[in-house]
Design a protein around this ligand. Structure first.
Ligand code: GLC
Ligand code: MG
Length: 540
């Protein structure tokens, strides 16, 4: 037995926490289910669809922001952290959602947006009244540069400078996103206390966990120096990438604030947080903290999105990441899509779609699934007059910047508006052209559909604890385009065989076990040969 196969890190599935054994399902509430006909999804709509989530075999629903907001960044600009935006419903609707979810055995996670508020937030409005305002120091202010311009070269993620001038006071305020999303000053203890009370407010209402927005951006270097130019940047790439973010991201103070945040979660039983962090693994995993100084339960691992879709590259990453997680005693997690990334089916291609889905649900670690990916929703072409995402509208020279294509309405059935909204409504974003064939209802009826394949994968996770709590080790498949790995737990071995290419591959002994599932299950299986683009799971 090699080190990797030894018991190190063994975790019987029944000893795992819900956020380790379960699947997190991300709902983008605007696009899931509209119950009142305004073309925008809402909380009553989500509640009505909770039985569907249960049928998928997922554990938790994470809702993108539902709080009071002017919606300039579609809710990631919060004007009141402790209320529900009328577009989505009321606090009573939210309580009903939580009750229904818990009744079904589902957890509820909210999106917590601590880095910035909306400029409409009462705190910022008060800060704008002048330099002596009580709330002035709740945000990040700087005097102009000697030439009267911006204080330094820091850039907004959505293009342009990260500074906007407040003409009345003559000072600039910091915003890493839109000018209407001023950054909070996390160095101020009063800000931290107020933001921690927000967490307590929702946990008292029964919320089980949080996805924490841009958690790696909380603090900035106090010297406010220019960031170095990124020599690898090329025009067409977003402007934000033109500098290296050594002073605006991943600061030591941020780690300290997250430890404090974690202590607040630990005031309650069995709550969790997953942090949005786009960093290389060596900077990412420290966000989980240490046993004595815990930080986030899961630092989102976006590397399957960021790396090329090739068997060798994926294997190399999975090996390194799994080993690093073991070393730091951190639980792994995997993501293929979210509301900021193009749909993974469009990215890897239709032929590879189930290979990717199989990978997501069989690697060691918590999978997060983006709504609609279970039925194979793809990027939707948005005509210019329907574009709404500020990231796209503000950066016309970076065509990939718009996030509208991956935020389109859920495709429930073949009726007008795909069952997302009443027939007379105009959905806030256009529906996919193919919704009449690609929808939940049609796929329910087809045993070979993407939806039923997804359910077969989640069923296998329930039936084979090795797939959830088992150790991971990769295998030499003998082919550059085949990634094979094993999950082992207490004598049970499950082998996952993934053909990333379009050629048949003979696998010999590797494929010898009892077949449990094939992504091409509508065609006869063929023993030791892995068919083009086939994903197969075998026992043994
Ligand atoms: C995160 C969110 C994104 C939002 C940004 C600003 O990256 O996922 O949708 O625009 O933060 O809050
Ligand atoms: Mg509505």
């Amino acid at each position: 037995m090699s080190d990797r196969e030894s018991g190190q890190g063994h975790a019987a599935a029944e000893h795992l926490k819900w956020w380790q054994s379960g699947i997190i399902y991300q709902i983008y509430p605007r696009s899931f289910q509209d119950s009142d006909g305004d073309g925008v999804g809402d909380l009553r709509g989500v509640t009505a669809r909770l039985p569907y989530l249960k049928s998928l075999g997922v554990e938790a629903a994470w809702l993108s922001p539902i709080f009071t907001s002017p919606m300039r960044d579609f809710g990631y600009d919060v004007a009141d952290y402790c209320d529900i935006d009328p577009l989505f419903g009321t606090l009573a609707d939210f309580d009903a959602l939580v009750e229904e979810a818990h009744g079904l055995g589902l957890k509820v996670m909210l999106d917590y947006v601590p880095n910035h508020t909306s400029s409409d937030h009462a705190w910022f409005q008060e800060a704008l009244t002048g330099r002596d305002s009580d709330k002035r120091d709740w945000y990040v202010w700087r005097d102009p540069a000697p030439d009267g311009g911006v204080p330094n070269n820091w850039k907004s993620f959505f293009g342009g400078p990260a500074w906007t001038l407040d003409e009345q006071s003559g000072q600039y305020y910091l915003h890493q996103f839109l000018p209407s999303q001023p950054d909070l000053n996390w160095r101020n203890p009063a800000v931290r206390e107020a933001m921690f009370d927000v967490l307590r407010f929702w946990m008292r209402r029964g919320v089980d966990g949080f996805r924490v927005d841009v958690i790696w951006l909380l603090a900035e270097d106090e010297r406010f120096l220019d960031e170095p130019v990124n020599p690898e940047w090329t025009p067409g790439d977003i402007e934000h990438n033109s500098v290296q973010h050594i002073y605006t991201q991943d600061q030591p103070e941020t780690h300290q604030y997250i430890r404090e945040m974690r202590a607040v979660l630990d005031e309650f039983d069995d709550r969790m947080m997953v942090g949005e962090i786009y960093l290389p693994v060596d900077q990412l995993l420290p966000y989980a903290g240490t046993p004595d100084a815990a930080m986030v339960h899961l630092p989102f691992n976006f590397h399957l999105i960021l790396r090329p879709w090739q068997a060798g590259a994926v294997r190399e990453f999975a090996d390194d990441y799994d080993a690093a997680c073991r070393k730091l005693q951190t639980w792994p997690n995997w993501v293929l899509g979210n509301h900021d990334q193009h749909r993974f089916k469009s990215r890897v291609g239709a032929a590879q779609f189930r290979v990717a889905q199989t990978l997501l649900l069989t690697l060691r670690g918590t999978p997060t699934v983006y709504y609609g990916d279970e039925i194979g929703m793809e990027n939707v072409h948005i005509p210019p007059e329907r574009m709404v995402d500020p990231a796209g509208l503000q950066q016309p020279d970076s065509p990939a910047a718009s996030r509208d294509p991956e935020r389109t309405p859920m495709q429930w059935d073949a009726s007008a508006n795909a069952g997302f909204a009443p027939a007379e409504a105009t959905p806030w974003l256009p529906l996919a052209d193919d919704f009449q064939t690609v929808n939940v209802q049609a796929q329910e009826a087809d045993p070979h559909s993407d939806l039923n394949y997804f359910r077969a994968l989640t069923r296998l996770r329930r039936e084979h604890p090795a797939l959830v709590g088992g150790d991971y080790h990769s295998l030499d498949s003998g082919h550059d385009d085949v990634f094979a790995f094993r999950r082992t737990l207490e004598g049970e071995t499950v082998t996952i065989l993934l053909n990333f290419g379009a050629h048949e591959r003979a696998l010999g002994e590797l494929a010898a076990g009892q077949p449990l599932l094939s992504s091409l299950d509508d065609q006869p299986g063929s023993g030791a040969v892995l068919r083009p683009n086939e994903a197969r799971i075998v026992l043994g």
